[in-house]
Design a protein around this ligand. Structure first.
Ligand code: EMZ
Length: 385
């Protein structure tokens, strides 16, 4: 087995029952595993709601460490859609050439640094700084802010070893509060000022709303982007022929990004709350219980994907749900896709080969399911082209 492989722990249960039952802090979760059921349930917000106590739809639940509602993530239509319409244009800025030029320059600088170093620990020396620096573009804040965010580590609510960390949450909230105060005092063209100035249904957003959007922006795309970048590096280290192919057929890079997202599924699952007694996969689901939409399982469903456990770098039909599905599909997806696309471009341009020297896998444990999402650390040697 290759070191970069991510196996599918859900196959048996997906085939036999279509769901899995897991425990999470005394609030169990029924995981939905089949592609078709995941998509149907994601669409059906009337039965499966996102609008509950803040933190409860996340698995593992964050109810004990935060109270601010993340917007629009923890709301259902129609309110969800109203906020989404307001902020979506901001999240589409990564489509602008100027944004992409800045992003590619950041990525090239980061790759130059690791080529000069020769051997790097990919998470600390590459993926985390890359994610943080790219986030300054999304927020349109000074480049120097990234250094602070880098010091927060790979997850804003978790510390080494998965535990939910209330202190870290407080640190993020304090930081965002200070930034909101700064933006009130000195408006600029950054995301805080954009939100503070926005017209939402004839009024301004209040502080809690601005905070809700900002917390989501910091939390939602952090470990996910870091895992996607790190897994991509690991894969390319073991498949130099793919780098060669990107050089010869750069037009497949877009497809390759979608295939990496499908295969890596950086976010394993996202929960919903059952609004009234119903059935899921012919199994009773009680009102106020939790279900989860298991993107990682749906993305390996052989009813939908041929050879689901292989990376087919130019896969033609790829209806993956790696960025979620329906109303709540990932707001940061445009930014994430650009990061990965430009990363592949720069790697193909500058890197000849890479070698994995040493690593430790990051395994999520959900009852019977043990899923590799990435690495705790991974040392790689990079050789210039
Ligand atoms: C939440 C979530 C959003 C949550 C799309 O996912 O990402 C998680 O990493 C955070 O912990 O609070 O933002």
């Amino acid at each position: 087995m290759k070191k970069s492989e991510l196996t599918d722990p859900f196959g048996d249960s997906r085939l036999k029952k279509g769901y899995g039952q897991i425990h999470d802090q005394n609030d169990p979760v029924m995981m939905i595993l089949r592609h078709n059921d995941v998509r149907k349930s994601a669409h059906d917000y009337k039965h499966f709601s996102s609008e509950t106590i803040p933190g409860r739809i996340v698995v593992p639940s964050e109810v004990n460490i935060r109270t601010t509602r993340q917007i629009p993530f923890e709301l259902d239509p129609p309110l969800h859609g109203a906020y989404r319409t307001l902020i979506e244009p901001w999240f589409k800025r990564p489509l602008e050439p100027e944004y992409q030029n800045k992003l590619i320059a950041q990525i090239a600088t980061n790759i130059e640094a690791i080529l000069q170093e020769g051997t790097v620990e990919v998470i600390a020396d590459f993926a985390l700084p890359l994610q943080s620096r790219a986030l300054t573009l999304l927020l349109n804040t000074p480049h120097t802010e990234a250094e602070k965010w880098i010091s927060w580590g790979t997850h804003v609510f978790r510390s080494e070893g998965e535990a939910l960390d209330g202190n870290k949450a407080t640190m993020l909230y304090d930081y965002i509060d200070t930034e909101i105060d700064r933006a009130i005092e000195h408006p600029s063209d950054d995301m805080y000022s954009f939100l503070l100035d926005a017209n939402f249904e004839g009024r301004k957003l209040n502080r809690e709303e601005v905070k809700g959007v900002m917390v989501l922006t910091f939390a939602g795309g952090r470990d996910t982007v870091i895992n996607a970048v790190t897994n991509t590096i690991a894969y390319l280290a073991e498949h130099p022929e793919t780098l060669e192919r990107f050089r010869e057929e750069p037009e497949i890079i877009g497809k390759a990004v979608e295939e990496f997202i499908r295969y890596f599924s950086p976010l394993t699952q996202m929960g919903r709350i059952v609004t009234e007694d119903t059935k899921v996969c012919a199994h009773a689901a009680k009102a106020d219980s939790r279900i989860s939409l298991c993107w990682a399982s749906a993305n390996r469903d052989d009813q939908v994907f041929e050879n689901p456990n292989d990376i087919v770098i130019d896969r033609k039909m790829n209806p993956h749900v790696g960025f979620g599905f329906s109303h709540h599909n990932c707001l940061g997806a445009t930014h994430a896709r650009q990061i990965l696309k430009l990363l592949l471009k720069v790697l193909a341009d500058k890197v000849g080969s890479m070698e994995i020297l040493d690593y430790s896998e990051n395994i999520e444990e959900w009852g019977e399911f043990k899923r590799k999402v990435g690495y705790n650390h991974i040392k790689v040697k990079c050789n210039r082209r």
